[in-house]
Write a new protein. Structure first.
Length: 257
């Protein structure tokens, strides 16, 4: 297989770079906060089992506890009621986890308007410049939100009227789910929907349409500014949690330099 030996040579020589799109996972990782009466997910936590001590003199290890939807993570179709007949995260075919990715950059717009919504017109304008969305690939939605990830307050950006973070207009979510050839959407924010999407029609349209169409979501991505507009290959690796609705994931991109 010369294509793989060529890839390894390119990685060794630096002409292909591995860009880590994953946020570090810790107790400080921001977590989505739903209003009452809804139940919330737990934060990530480590619990030490032993650390070169009486409990285990030569080894260090921890138990972890986390929600499925904490930090950089993968949403499986079964996460949403519209996708309840779809696959769980353990059933997503491995072949689907290595795929092309393109980037639409609305970071300037989102800096001015934290409630900015991506529209069909925005995506059509992107396609007029860069070509069709990738068949079986990811649309990565750059909002600049990753720069806030170290501060949960700024990242979640909630006030008395609820969270204010960018997302997709309902028509755009429907169009991407039902018309576009992509397999999923990746975002920098805590969820694939806008902070205000509880008030949209339908509520949480990105979840409802995309997962209902058997497509996927990736959240809290980092380093999207290091990707080309087109041409990256994305490797998403959620844990195969049996019956899981999602999983924290390591997400890597291969980029030609
Ligand atoms: Mn999620």
């Amino acid at each position: 297989m010369t294509v793989l030996s060529d890839l390894l040579s390119a990685l060794a020589g630096g002409s292909v770079e591995v860009v880590d799109l994953t946020a570090p996972l810790s107790e400080a990782t921001p977590v989505i906060q739903l209003p009452p009466p809804f139940a919330n997910t737990r934060h990530f936590a480590l619990e030490e089992i032993s650390r070169y001590d009486d409990r285990g003199p030569a080894w260090y290890w921890n138990d972890i506890s986390t929600g499925e939807h904490v930090g950089t993570h993968f949403d499986a179709p079964v996460h949403w009621v519209t996708g309840r007949e779809g696959v769980d995260v353990s059933q997503v075919p491995a072949r689907r986890l290595v795929a092309p990715a393109v980037v639409i950059d609305k970071s300037e717009e989102c800096a001015d308007d934290p409630d900015f919504l991506l529209t069909v017109e925005h995506v059509e304008a992107w396609q007029a410049e860069h070509g069709s969305l990738p068949d079986g690939g990811w649309l990565l939605y750059r909002t600049g939100w990753a720069s806030r990830a170290g501060d949960a307050g700024r990242f979640l950006n909630a006030n008395e009227t609820g969270p204010h973070t960018p997302g997709l207009a309902p028509d755009c979510a429907r169009w991407l789910a039902q018309t576009a050839p992509i397999l999923g959407i990746g975002v920098e924010t805590v969820g694939t929907d806008a902070g205000a999407a509880h008030s949209f029609d339908p509520p949480f349209p990105c979840h409802a349409f995309m997962l209902g169409a058997g497509k996927y979501g990736l959240t809290q991505l980092a380093n999207l500014e290091r990707l080309p507009v087109t041409g990256a290959v994305l490797i998403a690796s959620p844990l195969p949690i049996v019956r899981g609705s999602g999983s924290p994931a390591r997400v890597l991109a291969l980029v030609v330099r």
